[in-house]
Design a protein around this ligand. Structure first.
Ligand code: SF4
Length: 408
């Protein structure tokens, strides 16, 4: 905690009509796709000479991402060009969008700035907080410096923070279903410690969940427990002391089915240990999957019921919601998780991300000749212009010009 009162946070209104008008025009010129809009208006299907593409009903930019990008662009327009603007890490998880932001002259620093980076920031420097938010300690340091904060944290992420802070006030340990290394989950877990000594534990898999349930019911080796969850629990967390009252929350972009299962298993363990009548004192749960993530998962689920030869999932490899879309596809049909159209090198070779190996891999003969249907979806951080590139490339690989199809 700071020993002196922090400077009052600097407030600035970026949403002035003149600024937003210019921003919207610039954002559209960078990320819009007329082609995608036309295919959408046409029921999401485009077909020619044996190749049919089907778009999921919901895909691409979500409201939180649009807002974050608008605010970053608005920040650049609001301040003179010579004034440096800094961004904590990535604005969203898409490499092309982050390149565009850098091209505006916005400088990226670590999402958790090092002491050296902090020492280079000065009072009134502008710092953009990305859509996933930032850790409480980082925000406090920036406020103490007197930086002007442009906070693009999504409202859905802040709703999770509210839950976690409430758990903490009520001496309930937050069990967060998420990726401990992801910026959003780091920011969320820091909320458990924001106003005191609350605790948290991040579980990523159902196996993690079962391990915790088993410990709740049967106890176990504390050192093994802490080793397994290294980097995924609060300082001073003790499984013998801090699993008596738990509240489940989740990273906003997890798979809903899995999050529900995490909740069910923990709830069942608490009922078994304390009895149904005592459950309220020991267990809480709030569903914090965001609406946009849910809509994209539902739309893909629906698309996956249709006959398709393969699925392309477009988005940044570190995008959590995109990786879950790819996971859903993989369970049903050949699925290729690609960051852009250049990954489709030819009809014979595609380079795509294998999230289990955490690396790009190659697949040969992925685009068969003859009649095929290709499903397409994209994560919440993927702009439409990248989706257009993928559609154009697909038809190009079949020797078909998309332009000629649309002018028919
Ligand atoms: S995916 Fe959900 S939580 Fe994340 S920015 Fe979009 S709307 Fe917000």
């Amino acid at each position: 905690m700071p020993t002196h009162a922090p400077a009052a946070p600097q407030k600035i209104n970026l949403r002035r009509p003149d600024i937003m008008e210019a921003v919207q025009a610039q954002v559209l010129s960078h990320y819009r796709s007329e082609l995608v809009e036309r295919i959408r208006a046409n029921g999401g299907v485009l077909s020619a000479e044996g190749l049919t593409i089907k778009l999921a009903k919901e895909f691409g930019f979500c409201y939180g991402v649009e807002r974050a990008i608008d605010l970053a662009y608005a920040a650049r327009k609001s301040f003179p060009v010579e004034k440096p603007i800094f961004l904590l890490g990535e604005i969203i998880h898409n490499p092309e969008v982050n390149d565009q932001i850098r091209n505006l002259g916005i400088k990226t620093i670590s999402n958790k700035p090092t002491d050296q980076e902090m020492s280079q920031l000065h009072q009134e420097d502008v710092v953009i907080i990305p859509a996933f938010g930032t850790e409480v300690a980082t925000r406090r340091k920036l406020e103490e410096k007197g930086c002007v904060l442009v906070d693009t944290t999504c409202g859905d992420v802040m709703s999770v923070w509210k839950r976690v802070r409430q758990y903490s006030k009520d001496h309930v340990t937050s069990i967060i279903h998420g990726k401990a290394w992801h910026e959003e989950t780091k920011a969320t877990s820091s909320q458990a410690r924001a106003h005191g000594d609350g605790h948290y534990l991040v579980v990523f898999t159902l196996a993690d969940t079962d391990y915790v349930c088993n410990y709740i019911l049967n106890g176990g080796n504390k050192a093994d427990f802490l080793k397994r969850f290294e980097g995924a629990h609060s300082e001073g967390f003790d499984p013998d002391l801090h699993l008596g009252a738990i509240g489940v929350a989740n990273q906003t972009t997890m798979l809903r089915g899995e999050t529900e299962e995490v909740q069910r298993r923990l709830r069942a363990a608490m009922i078994q240990k304390y009895g149904q009548a005592e459950l309220e004192q020991h267990f809480r749960f709030f569903d914090t999957i965001c609406g946009a993530t849910q809509d994209r998962q539902d739309a893909l689920e629906k698309l996956l019921h249709e006959p398709m030869s393969l699925l392309l999932v477009i988005g940044g490899y570190n995008s959590s919601n995109t990786s879950h879309l790819a996971e859903m596809g993989e369970a049903k049909l050949p699925t290729y998780f690609i960051k852009n159209a250049a990954m489709m090198e030819s009809a014979k070779l595609i380079v795509h991300y294998d999230q289990h190996k955490h690396q790009e891999v190659e697949t040969r003969d992925w685009l068969k000749e003859g009649k095929i249907t290709v499903g397409i979806t994209a994560g919440a951080s993927c702009p439409n212009n990248l989706i257009e590139d993928v559609i154009r490339r697909l038809f190009d690989l079949r020797g078909i010009s998309v332009q000629s199809l649309l002018s028919n």
